[in-house]
Ligand binder design. Structure first.
Ligand SMILES: [Ca+2]
Ligand SMILES: [Ca+2]
Length: 259
């Protein structure tokens, strides 16, 4: 029985055997035979797939980056705005705080108690304004900057009373002092540091002469105004060289208004 079965098998090969032989080998079959190209897509198809993938990736990356950058731009603008607001607040607070320390210094370090005065320390009160008569000497421009840095400006004299007060102090100290008047910008056109022309002037005789006379020598281009402590009357102004080192008078507001 078993032998018959074998013969039958040999004499009647199944159609499947022929069809397998005639048809091209399957990828699996080729792979089993060690064909290295089996089991993979053709090279051009793989390249196209890779290219398509890269394109999709690039488009996605572009969309993502565009959205990301636009987000960053908005954030940057918001931060810049907040930064400028903070800077404004800071300078405002700093100004107020420095004024607080100037006019209301802490008198007791343990209790932090502050005592407020009409003028900052070392400044004198006259008619609702505070005046500082320096002990050091600077050229006119540095004097101007120093008065500003102290929270005021170089003195602007607007009345007989103010001129009288300043001259009395200058005489008492016994030195020359710069005031906030010069014709540096246009020769002969004197302006205060706030760019206004003087409403009333107190020039000495023969001043202004655009000349500094010092120890018998004459120096031209005198553009900055000094108060002479030796003047006998209110007429005490003279123009001198802006580069000369002289004391200065600064002016600022008082915490107690005039009246
Ligand atoms: Ca001049
Ligand atoms: Ca002069």
């Amino acid at each position: 029985m078993e032998m018959d079965g074998i013969y039958n098998g040999l004499q009647k090969p199944s159609e499947d055997v022929y069809s397998t032989v005639n048809q091209p080998q399957s990828r699996r079959a080729r792979a089993e035979q060690g064909d290295p190209t089996a089991g993979k897509a053709p090279p051009y198809r793989r390249a196209a797939l890779v290219l398509a993938g890269l394109c999709a990736l690039s488009v996605a990356a572009n969309i993502f980056l565009t959205a990301y950058i636009s987000n960053l731009t908005v954030e940057r603008k918001q931060i810049q705005y907040r930064h400028s607001e903070l800077e404004k607040n800071y300078s405002n607070i700093s100004e107020k705080y420095s004024a607080l320390d100037q006019y209301c210094p802490i008198t007791d370090t343990s209790s932090k108690e502050r005592v407020c005065k009409a003028c900052p320390q070392n400044w004198g009160l006259f008619n609702g304004k505070c005046y500082y008569f320096s002990t050091d000497r600077m050229n006119w421009t540095s004097s101007r900057h120093n008065c500003t840095s102290l929270g005021g400006h170089m003195v602007i004299i607007e009345s007989d009373g103010e001129q009288e007060f300043i001259q009395s102090q200058v005489r008492r100290i016994g030195d020359f002092f710069w005031i906030g008047l010069s014709d540096e910008v246009t020769e002969g056109e004197f302006l205060w540091v706030d760019n206004t022309p003087p409403s009333t002037t107190y020039w000495k005789v023969n001043e202004p002469d655009n000349t500094l006379v010092f120890k018998g020598n004459q120096y031209p281009n005198a553009d900055c105004v000094v108060i002479d402590y030796k003047a006998a009357s209110l007429q005490s102004w003279g123009d001198g060289l802006c580069s000369v080192l002289v004391r200065r008078v600064c002016e600022t507001i008082s915490a107690i208004p005039a009246g």
